[in-house]
Design a protein around this ligand. Sequence first.
Ligand code: BEZ
Length: 209
Amino acid sequence: MTLRIGDTAPDFDVPTTQGDISFHDWMGDNWCFFFSHPADFTPVCTTEMGRTAQLSAEFKDRNVKPLGLSTDGVQEHLEWIKDVDDTQNTQVDFPIVADSDKKIAELYDMIHPNESDTAAVRSVFIIDPDKKIRLTMTYPMSVGRNFDEILRAIDALQAGDTNGIATPADWSKGEKVIIPPSVSNEDAKQKFPQGFEEVRPYLRYTNIG
Ligand code: BEZ
């Protein structure tokens, strides 16, 4: 199933390393960073799981619950987590979905047969509290993801929701933001009393603090 930005993230019931979950209920009013990886006990995946755990406080600050997935079983995940904790100097504190029958991987189109018939590629779904898919990324098995970018993209989505703005290339928190073209200058004066800079009629910057 091809899932697109704006689609509702499909719900599912599944065993994880922290017990059975019903996905939407488990998310509650939080955001979710749902990410797949090819297999347990593999090097790139070990660093990604470790990095997610090391960033636990950053995800919490943003009301984001991480949820990992691979097509291995719970026992294997639990054994592997011990290695992740040991080698990455951390404690994996988020659940990892055990998707041995590949049902969830297929539901979320995480298996790309020209890469592997059986293992998931490195998919990312950022899902908002309304359960809408807000951002996707897909990386091949050989390339570990950039977790600074994942946090930056979440910041941009949340800043956009809160302030009705868009973010420019390479934006990071605290930098100036863009007033969308759909907002007239008259409306922008009301919405952004702090003022704005008009570089072109379609390119206007403001600050959101
Ligand atoms: C890895 O996590 O290192 C990996 C997994 C599957 C294929 C290639 C690399």
